[in-house]
Design a protein. Structure first.
Length: 141
């Protein structure tokens, strides 16, 4: 006699879930916190603010930034890969990548804009003295 498909599924499906088979909310929290810390560390490395390494080289920040970019671009699914971290945090992989790229472009543009130093700021003009002073607390009450 050949078993029907429904009978086979019923044989392989447990009737009761054991407590060990259900992830506890506490177990989920530590994993989410760890993945969030990994993502925050990668973002800090992109900014050149990662933890100091034992190598002590001058290009340490650039090396960490390069490794962080590789991690963000990777589609690998190993433990704590970018795609796995996003899955644990319920984040859309491509949306996060887009935000990281946009952030890098914005920071690059800000770095390219010349910022005046205090000694390069224009001197106060005589017409600036004609501007009214902001009201004090006593006058505005």
């Amino acid at each position: 006699m050949i078993p029907r498909a429904g009978e086979v599924l019923r044989l392989l499906t447990p009737n009761v879930l054991l407590p060990a088979q259900v992830a506890s909310p506490w177990a989920d929290r530590w994993l989410r916190r760890l993945c969030r810390a990994i993502l925050e560390d990668a973002l800090a490395c992109l900014d050149g603010k990662g933890p100091p390494s034992n190598m002590g080289s001058d290009g340490d920040g650039a090396r960490r930034a390069g490794q962080a970019w590789e991690w963000f671009r990777s589609d690998a699914t190993y433990l704590f890969s970018f795609t796995t971290v996003c899955a644990v945090l319920d984040l859309e992989v491509e949306a996060v990548r887009k935000q990281v790229r946009q952030r890098a472009i914005t920071e690059r543009k800000a770095d390219q804009c010349p910022r005046p130093h205090s000694d390069q700021l224009p001197a106060p003009q005589a017409s600036d003295a004609l501007l009214p002073e902001p009201p004090t607390k006593n006058e505005s009450a």
